[in-house]
Ligand binder design. Sequence first.
Ligand code: THU
Length: 160
Amino acid sequence: MLSAPAPDSLTHIMSSELSAEQPSAALTPAQIASLQQQAVTVAHHAYAPYSNFRVGAALLLTDGTIVTGCNVENASYRLTTCAEQTAITSAVALRGPGIRIRAIAVANLNQTASQPCGACRQTIHEFSTPDTIVYFPAEGGSIAQATMAELLPAAFLLNE
Ligand code: THU
């Protein structure tokens, strides 16, 4: 499941295979599998020479667009950008500041369980609703899912 071949070209922004007609409806198993596969595919583009932990994220926006991203590390470790953050940055550049995320699939190529880190949860929260669904690798090769309300029930909010 987590061993898809590398993509032929740098197609980190892909047009949607998913319908935008029901932006709040639950995803079908086929839609989830498609989003997950795109996260696996883009993980092959990761730049992770320090951790060797290659991560991919595929966002499904409420307008039906899918945008993907991978982690990009740096010799100064703390400058690393996570896959989820890369994808969100690309999505804003592509569709503007009004984007809303319907669902996110996260994958890694190490065939291990991994949830979005705390920083990514805060980043995702900025463009999510409480119902935004995150799919991530769980124990035994299965895919777990959680809403943003579950993953980050007390996000930082800037109240000026
Ligand atoms: N990483 C992500 O891309 N997303 C996460 O949510 C957790 C961690 C990356 C950062 C780093 O390049 C590698 O995984 C190991 O921490």
